[in-house]
Design a protein around this ligand. Structure first.
Ligand SMILES: [Zn+2]
Length: 335
């Protein structure tokens, strides 16, 4: 299975440099994966759902939690084991008409016994990795290691977010098997770019989750259940709009870039009937709830006096996005 594993990783890497919705004239390809904006937004709003005691600490480090929400994608080239942590190709494990999960144990050891580790790695391990990361986060809470707990909190947010994307649960992750190339970035980047400001982020409060394993597998199941609509409606709307109007050009910096047109995106978004917003909201709720659960399971340590290590401060990127977010938070806290 080693060769297969390498082949799959290569395929994934080729996607990682693909925006899906950005086709520059010289075919330069960028990163996608919920888009950076999606990941940043999910970690940001997850902080707002926390109970006051935990939120008081996390809010101080909001820029770090947001900037590091994309760290797992950024290191995919440097760390060989990283790529499979972002997806699971469920369709490898079942045939049409079968329950996708009938032959896929949720427990890591049982899954390895059933399929071998090579196979699991080849087809993605996101749900198992989220469970592993939760224990790391819990341990960091127990040890009151602020540097580590913020790092794990930011990064588990990334993996949970990926598990909420339907196209992270299939071998046809970019529509390459159904002649829908680019759909990955369309769904998780372009639609977010155009629509996310209109979504409702009043989601409630983080909940204690008795079983992270059960919750993350439920998230993956819901993502996979939405996959058929993601693909089918893209075909339907493409047919209705026609190729000439499906794409347009927008200025990105100094480059004129071919993108899915606003008209097409609006029609596709409408046909999905709130799906992107629902998956985004579910991801935010789960990220916040997993942070909260790890803290509770660690015995609710008092974190208020902890200080960031100096080297971590260097990782915080003060960019436009974060400044905008801080402004929004200030406005919100005035109510
Ligand atoms: Zn990812």
């Amino acid at each position: 299975m080693a060769n297969l594993s390498n082949f799959r990783k290569l395929k994934r890497f080729s996607l990682l440099v693909f925006t899906g919705f950005l086709f520059t004239q010289n075919q330069t390809k960028l990163n996608s994966q919920w888009g950076f904006a999606g990941h940043q937004r999910i970690n940001e709003f997850a902080v707002y759902l926390l109970p006051a005691e935990l939120q008081a600490v996390f809010i101080q480090h909001l820029p770090y939690l947001i900037s590091q929400s994309v760290a797992p994608d950024q290191r995919r080239y440097a760390v060989q084991a990283e790529a499979p942590r972002h997806y699971i190709d469920l369709d490898h494990y079942y045939k049409k008409g079968q329950d996708p999960f009938w032959n896929l144990p949720q427990n890591w050891q049982e899954a390895m016994d059933c399929h071998s580790e090579d196979t699991l790695q080849a087809y993605g391990i996101v749900p198992w990795h989220v469970v592993r990361m939760k224990y790391r986060l819990q341990k960091a809470f127990e040890e009151k290691d602020l540097t580590l707990l913020l790092k794990y909190a930011a990064e588990i947010g990334h993996y949970i977010a990926d598990a909420h994307v339907p196209l992270h649960t299939t071998e046809n992750y970019n529509g390459q098997l159904t002649n829908q190339h680019g759909i990955h970035g369309l769904w998780e980047s372009r639609l977010i770019e155009l629509q996310a400001e209109n979504y409702n982020y009043w989601i409630g409060k983080a909940k204690y989750l008795p079983s992270i394993q059960k919750e993350i597998w439920a998230a993956v199941r819901a993502s996979h259940a939405a996959l058929d609509s993601v693909l089918r409606f893209e075909k339907m709307v493409s047919h209705e709009i026609g190729l000439a109007e499906k794409y347009s050009y927008e200025q990105r910096g100094s480059t004129l870039t071919k993108v899915y047109s606003r008209k097409f995106c609006e029609a596709y978004h409408k046909s999905l009937n709130g799906m992107v917003e629902r998956r985004l909201r579910a991801a935010i709720m789960m990220v916040s709830s997993v942070w909260y659960t790890a803290w509770v399971d660690a015995g609710q340590p008092d974190l208020r006096k902890l200080q960031l290590e100096a080297n971590q401060k260097k990782d915080v990127t003060e960019n436009d996005t974060i400044q905008k977010i801080n402004t929004r938070w200030k406005q919100r806290s005035c109510h």
